[in-house]
Design a protein around this ligand. Structure first.
Ligand code: ASP
Length: 337
């Protein structure tokens, strides 16, 4: 795809070569994200960071990524404080807000909303999650993490065995990640979820059509065996009619040290998009795995900054200029990464 000026709305926009290009640029961002060098390549540029749904990591890491490239961040976070509550259309909001920023990142509770907004925008729009639909930047950082974890085991993405666990119906991260992974070859997907929360049929169909093996199961124990990656997700309570309905599924599938030791192969990488639901009745990923070397959840969050820097650098067409506007840092930065 042609990155400069592009909206990034869905992983279906990418070919495998686009993903590899993003990963190469992300890796080149490491000295900046790790605070060895600073760059001012986006000096004067403004990011409109519009989050109309709760977020910590995605909002802050997009903002941080933009700052690390030298740009300024303006935040709009409360849907109730915006004119959308006065009946303004997403189209009008998009047209207006794009006059105030050089690029926009947007999260919104409705599927398709970010695409609608982008049609009116005069600047690139990056989808930071549109309801239960998609979360492309999360999928990219997840796959970047998978690539690096497997590389450290002398393995590649092609041919890997990936298990996804939890609320696969409403989880936008698994929707985007599975489709992104399907650009590679010969993957075995094991989809572990309650029957009612299965991965949408059209996605499963697409994975199969692309030649991958897909196993759907409600049996976590058998599903966990022989995987390179286990990707856990939270029950997406906010997508259910009420809490009681979500409670039916909460805590059904959990991974802790004992279960890991018993069912997973010893080098299985453990991933989660976060936040993990640490309440006792949920606890899909137990704290007793916190020191486990194969727990990659905080490597995922660190990689998120690199990948988001790459998305900005590519869509604003400065990927080749980052080093030209750089210098070493002069403050203490040891031991952070
Ligand atoms: N943070 C991820 C998302 O925004 C995962 C989650 O909320 O469970 O989709």
């Amino acid at each position: 795809m042609h990155f400069p000026g592009a909206h990034i709305i869905s992983v279906s926009q990418f070919e495998r070569s686009d993903v590899e290009r993003i990963f190469d640029v992300a890796s080149a961002m490491r000295p900046y994200a790790h605070r060895e060098r600073v760059t001012k390549v986006l000096d004067g540029a403004i990011l409109g960071n519009m989050f109309f749904e709760p977020s910590t990591r995605t909002r802050v890491s997009f903002g941080c990524a933009f700052n690390l490239l030298g740009g300024e961040v303006r935040e709009t976070t409360d849907i109730k404080a915006s004119s959308l509550t006065k009946g303004e259309s997403l189209y009008d909001t998009g047209r207006v807000m794009s006059g105030y920023s050089d690029i926009i990142v947007m999260r919104h509770p409705q599927a398709g909303s970010v695409a609608e907004f982008s049609r009116a925008s005069r600047v690139p729009v990056l989808n930071a999650g549109d309801g239960p639909n998609e979360h492309p930047s999360q999928a990219l950082l997840d796959l970047y993490t998978i690539k690096r974890e497997l590389m450290s085991r002398q393995q590649g993405i092609d041919g890997m065995h990936l298990a996804m666990v939890g609320d696969l119906k409403h989880g936008r991260t698994v929707h985007s990640l599975s489709q992104l992974v399907s650009l590679y070859s010969n993957i075995r997907f094991t989809l572990i979820s309650p029957r009612e929360l299965r991965m949408p049929e059209e996605i499963v169909e697409e994975l199969r059509q692309r030649g991958h093996e897909v196993v759907e199961t409600e049996d976590m124990e058998s599903g966990l065996t022989a995987n390179d990656i286990v990707y856990l997700t939270r029950i997406q309570e906010e997508r259910f009619a009420n809490k009681m309905e979500a409670d039916l599924y909460r805590g059904r599938f959990r991974l802790n040290q004992a279960i890991y030791t018993r069912y997973c192969q010893p080098n299985t990488v453990i991933m989660h998009p976060l936040p993990r639901d640490s309440r006792d009745d949920a606890n899909e990923l137990d704290n007793d795995l916190n020191q486990h070397p194969n727990l990659a959840i905080f490597r995922q969050t660190d990689n998120g900054v690199l990948v988001r820097m790459a998305l900005f650098a590519l869509t604003l067409d400065v990927a080749d200029q980052v080093d030209k506007h750089a210098r070493d840092v002069n403050w203490y930065t040891e031991r952070r990464f």
